[in-house]
Ligand binder design. Structure first.
Ligand SMILES: NC(=O)c1ccc[n+]([C@@H]2O[C@H](COP(=O)([O-])OP(=O)(O)OC[C@H]3O[C@@H](n4cnc5c(N)ncnc54)[C@H](O)[C@@H]3O)[C@@H](O)[C@H]2O)c1
Length: 351
């Protein structure tokens, strides 16, 4: 496949990184876009020089001959839009979280298998240069066996607003929106072990007023018409079948001094801090902090460009898929289990 025709479903904030990412890959052109908001999709098509626009993705898939489609809608539309695009003959890159829950994700995976079309999940952190550096150190044996990880993604006052706060559209709060990135990153770095259980708690103590009233608020939630009914903080301990345990914390609203996002991984020979990237290990009888001389910290634009290029390379048969739908399903099982445990107060088993 030399010339690849791409389409976008959902022309909001993150879709711009998909559109720009496609345009940077030689032999790929973005020929159509779709959004249920007509004014928005029209303006988007004009701004990004996309020849055709639609307000219904079924119509787009019928009229266009698309090789690849990005699904960048709000979470509750991921399943239907992805299935429509797969059945319409396209390979799909669906943003994270893959779906609202594991049952939806499994349905999407089944259609990908049935149609023989690739379904990649938007686990963009897998494409960072920090991940490449981590793999080099791990493969050189500097970490030993990895058995514990800590993943933190905390915002003091950072609900993006609108549908992100409304469970009907988002499926949940910071756990499904932010936690998903760092939980997947840990799982990926640890070699994708199978999750076996989760023990979690969620809170909504600060809520909507905090999100809209703070100086550092990401956006006002007052003028959207959406409900605010998600957790604003989640914490969990997740166990994997290789013995790894992961402690995770994610917030939109929390009385934390400043916003932080980090993953730390601990092995029998060394530990890694991802942001900023540092390795702690024993050398010459001393405990040392080793950091690559070259900056490998993740960069938002770089990882999206790498993700889009990786997706196209996989479609062209040039590399295996780095973020397959199977991993999206495993992640949704973890998130479901954390929410279930938070509801029941007991550990939830994952099958
Ligand atoms: N990978 C990342 O780092 C990252 C960052 C931000 C957002 N995201 C994910 O990307 C997705 C979109 O987030 P966003 O911030 O761009 O949201 P957004 O609100 O800016 O855009 C979503 C768009 O989807 C459209 N839409 C909803 N249902 C549709 C349907 N059935 N058909 C066509 N269009 C439809 C909406 O009208 C809206 O324009 C979410 O799943 C979010 O979790 C990922």
């Amino acid at each position: 496949m030399s010339n690849i025709k791409a389409g976008i479903i959902g022309t909001g904030g993150i879709s711009v990184h998909h559109t720009n990412g496609y345009k940077r890959v030689p032999g790929v052109e973005v020929v159509a876009c779709c959004d249920i908001d007509e004014a928005k999709v029209k303006a988007y098509a004009e701004k990004h020089n996309i020849p055709r626009w639609y307000t219904d993705c079924r119509e787009m898939m019928e009229k266009e001959e698309l090789d690849v489609v990005s699904v960048t809608t709000w979470n509750s539309a991921h399943k239907d839009c992805t299935i429509t695009a797969l059945r319409g003959g396209a390979h799909v890159l669906c943003e994270k979280p893959m779906a609202m829950n594991a049952a939806e994700a499994e349905e999407m995976l089944a259609v990908s298998k049935e149609t023989g079309k690739l379904l990649q999940v938007g686990f963009v952190r897998r494409f960072g240069s920090d991940v490449e550096a981590f793999n080099d150190f791990r493969d050189a044996g500097m970490l030993g066996d990895i058995y514990y990880a800590k993943a933190t993604y905390l915002r003091r006052s950072g609900c993006p607003g609108g549908w992100f706060g409304d469970k009907e559209y988002s499926g949940g709060g910071p756990l499904i929106d932010l936690g998903v990135h760092v939980i997947d990153l840990v799982r990926y770095l640890a070699g994708c072990p199978k999750p076996v259980s989760a023990y979690g708690a969620t809170y909504n103590n600060l809520g909507k007023d905090r999100a809209s009233g703070s100086e550092q608020a990401w956006s006002s939630l007052d003028d959207t018409g959406y409900k605010y009914n998600i957790e604003d903080f989640a914490t969990a301990l997740i166990r994997f079948d290789n013995g790894l345990t992961l402690s995770v914390e994610a917030s939109f609203n929390l009385n934390v001094k400043r916003d932080t996002g980090n993953v730390s991984i601990y092995g029998t020979k060394g530990g890694v801090n991802m942001s900023p990237f540092e390795i702690y290990t024993d050398m010459g009888g001393r405990f040392v902090n080793v950091s690559p001389a070259q900056n490998v910290d993740f960069d938002f634009v770089q990882i999206f460009n790498a993700e889009m290029k990786g997706f196209i390379d996989t479609v062209r048969g040039e590399q295996p898929c780095k973020a397959p739908a199977e991993d999206g399903v495993e992640l949704m099982k973890i998130l479901d289990a954390v929410y279930e445990s938070a509801r029941t107060g007991h550990e939830a088993l994952i099958k």
